[in-house]
Design a protein around this ligand. Structure first.
Ligand code: ZN
Ligand code: ZN
Length: 758
């Protein structure tokens, strides 16, 4: 209470005014006091008015507080700073800065209390420009020797990511404090500036300031965020050796860093420490431990940690960490079991849990399971998001589940996540794999902000469909639109050239990859080139290329040569390729089959028998041919020679009828593709059993005449099936899409889109 006010108050209604000095005065009491002050002309008293502002602000009645401020004819700095402080406290930073601007225009002299508050408001609003103006005022009026004002500026610059400005102000700080040091250390650590952190940190200690847990956490978490995992762990060790006790934040950060550098032994030390500190009850620590075990690929320890953890203590984050860690370590089946256990016990699972299971399934060939999980997820009332859809779509593509893929597309449209670039790219890929390349292109054209994943997806789609020229057009368009092709773009365009038999173009792309783009050819590019040369019959050139490769060829390169040798029945090079493959992949039956097929094509039955003997002695079985077909929203799987399908009798009858029709039309079954020295009659029987033919027949039986059929085959389509399906497409008037491991065949009116070149 000011001295001048006292004589007045003695003669006035003090109980009413008294409320202005009481912390518990109600809003209505404040209003009464306000009315009384106005009536008695006391509003001119700056001190009483400022009290009134403070009372109103206490009740968040900022409009009334501001009214009072505006009615003061000669407001003091404390009238303004009272309101600014209160507005800041209520997070009303814009209003706070407005009041400050008014204060400046009133010509009120500043002080060291109001400045840190307005600088803080600038920081909260990221109003760096205004902040810099205040910084000028600070310098102009000589407040730059005040530690609190300067520290507030350091925080402002750190918040605005202006590390150099922050450091400049900091260097001139008359007196450092732990909080400002901590903020600076954490900011530099987040930027990964290891040397600066060390410098500032030793400066802090020389200054006689002890770091606190917050400073240590700032550095450890910061290094972890910027990917300086080793530094994070080193900091943790230093913290420990200096006798500081970490908290759950420290432990979570350091465990995450330990996981990233896969130093399991350090992880175990941290675990022992966690137990000693009694932090094993903290859910953040449990999540971090599971994550660390997962990253260190210690599946056994991971399961042990899980079994020993009280399930009640696991929150949904820990559950998700466990599920992800299990499937990332190749334990998808265990992950599915654990997931099921969580569901049965009614533990909370969220969109992340479901999405990670769907992703695990579609990445591990469990496509039908992925589709099933997606359905269950929705019936469990969990809403898929823009991450779920790109995880699900590859499963649809893998087994050409077009109906499911379209449903996911519809979902993306309805929920507005269609504009997400990952969703868009996944749709492009899915439609291409389901044989609908034109829908692929439509989706591609509608992606608003394309990145290289989108461009590569459509290029890969065209390559798969043998549309070499379209793929090349996209390759050029991509650059016109300012996107640089990457090594995947070159794999796509080279594979397109090889599908289209464009040898010269292929060579040009291959050479320009390094010359014009500085991209070194990788294994997959060599494999594309060997494929390209080999398919077009330039087998010797392909072999020369392999011999001149700058690194040891992988199986994919020799495999490309071997399949080309099969296509052109070249025994000499076929034997060389096979010999190398037997060394690299001793247990892959496919290579043996290819070699014996080459022998069989030349009727070299003794050699065929020899290869078969090796296979038998090593206990190898031919990969069973397998095809998938989606009929009425359900995906059916057919195996070669499979008798389990309930419609098998009808299927065989139908195929038999069709083969008679074929013979009438002058087609002969191509029997030299059968890897057995049996008589012609039997060979024909065996050919009947190929899974893609069974799938076509099943489709013919269960879909309306004229509707298209869509089949996926796990091996390459054989020449006989190709001829039969070509015939069926014309005879039955059906469009038939067959995707084998190599590419797409679109059969229509008795011809195939591959032009019999595959
Ligand atoms: Zn076949
Ligand atoms: Zn074809």
């Amino acid at each position: 209470m000011t001295r001048q006010a006292l004589p007045f108050l003695e003669n006035l209604n003090t109980p009413i005014l008294h409320c202005l000095y009481s912390a518990v005065a109600s809003l209505s009491q404040t209003r009464q006091a306000h009315a009384y002050i106005m009536k008695t002309g006391l509003l001119a008293d700056t001190h009483l008015s400022t009290r009134l502002i403070s009372r109103y602000a206490n009740h968040h009645s900022f409009v009334e507080a501001d009214l009072v401020l505006r009615s003061i004819s000669d407001p003091s700095i404390s009238s303004f700073s009272t309101l600014i402080y209160a507005l800041n406290k209520s997070n009303l930073f814009t209003q706070s800065l407005n009041v400050f601007s008014r204060m400046l225009s009133h010509g009120v002299l500043l002080d060291t209390h109001v400045l840190p508050n307005v600088v803080k408001a600038c920081g909260k609003l990221s109003a760096l420009k205004f902040g810099r103006e205040i910084h000028c005022i600070v310098c102009k009026y000589g407040f730059d020797s005040d530690s609190v004002v300067q520290a507030s500026l350091v925080h402002l610059y750190l918040k605005s990511d202006r590390l150099r400005d922050a450091r400049n102000v900091f260097e001139r700080l008359p007196e450092g404090d732990v909080v400002t040091y901590g903020a600076l250390l954490s900011a530099y650590a987040r930027k990964g500036c290891v040397n600066e952190v060390k410098e500032i940190f030793s400066g802090m200690q020389n200054y006689g300031l002890e770091p606190n847990v917050v400073s240590w956490n700032g550095m450890i978490t910061g290094f972890n965020q910027s990917g300086n995992y080793v530094e994070a762990v080193v900091m943790f060790q230093e913290m420990h050796s200096k006798g500081f006790q970490p908290d759950h934040i420290t432990i979570s950060s350091v465990l995450s860093a330990v996981g990233d550098i896969e130093r399991f032994n350090i992880g175990i030390q941290v675990l022992c420490y966690v137990i000693k500190l009694g932090l094993l009850h903290c859910k953040f620590v449990i999540s971090a431990l599971i994550d660390m075990f997962g990253k260190c690929a210690c599946a056994g320890d991971l399961m042990k940690a899980f079994e020993e953890t009280n399930e009640e203590l696991m929150d949904v984050g820990a559950r998700n960490a466990l599920l992800t860690a299990l499937s990332r370590n190749g334990l998808l089946d265990v992950a599915m079991e654990v997931f099921e256990r969580f569901r049965v016990r009614g533990r909370e699972l969220n969109v992340v849990s479901w999405t990670s299971m769907i992703a695990g399934c579609s990445q591990n060939g469990k496509d039908i399971e992925a589709l099933e999980l997606f359905r269950e997820m929705q019936s469990a009332g969990v809403k898929p998001n823009s991450v779920t859809i790109p995880c699900l779509l590859p499963a649809c593509g893998n087994i050409a589940a077009l109906v499911h893929g379209k449903a996911a597309h519809g979902f993306a449209l309805r929920t507005g996540i269609i504009a997400d670039v990952h969703v868009g790219s996944a749709l492009v890929d899915m439609y291409a794999k389901c044989g609908r390349i034109h829908l692929s292109r439509l989706c591609f054209d509608r992606i608003p902000n394309k990145n290289s994943v989108c461009w590569n997806a459509i290029m890969g789609g065209y390559a798969m469909h043998g549309k070499a020229n379209e793929a090349i057009d996209i390759f050029h368009l991509m650059q016109q639109k300012g996107h640089k092709p990457d090594f995947i773009s070159f794999s796509c365009v080279l594979s397109a050239c090889s599908q289209g038999g464009l040898t010269e173009q292929g060579w040009r792309f291959f050479n320009s990859m390094y010359e014009d783009y500085g991209i070194e050819a990788k294994m997959e590019h060599y494999s594309c080139m060997v494929n390209l040369l080999g398919r077009s019959g330039k087998l010797e050139e392909a072999y020369t290329m392999i011999k001149q490769m700058p690194f040891e060829p992988h199986a994919c390169v020799w495999g490309a040569l071997l399949s080309s040798c099969r296509l052109h029945n070249n025994i000499r090079l076929g034997k060389i390729a096979a010999r190398n493959l037997f060394e690299l992949e001793p247990n892959n039956p496919g290579n043996y089959i290819l070699l014996s097929n080459i022998y069989a094509s030349k009727a070299m039955w003794d050699e065929v028998d020899a290869v078969r003997d090796v296979m038998r002695s090593r206990g190898m079985k031919k990969n069973p041919g397998c095809s998938w077909i989606e009929i009425k929203n359900q995906v059916h799987m057919l195996l070669a020679g499979d008798k389990s399908n309930p419609q098998m009798t009808e299927i065989i009858e139908n195929l038999h009828k069709l083969s008679l029709e074929m013979k009438k039309a002058g087609y002969l079954p191509n029997t030299n593709l059968v890897l057995q020295d049996v008589d012609e009659q039997d060979k024909e029987q065996i050919l009947c059993g190929h899974s893609e033919k069974l799938a076509v027949a099943l489709g013919l039986l269960n879909t309306p005449p004229g509707s298209p059929l869509q089949i996926i085959k796990n091996l390459r389509i054989c020449g006989d099936c190709h001829a039969v399906i070509k015939f069926i497409s014309g005879f039955e008037g059906r469009e038939i899409y067959v995707r084998d491991t190599n590419r797409f065949h679109h059969f229509k009116d008795g011809v195939c889109s591959c032009g019999d070149f595959w």
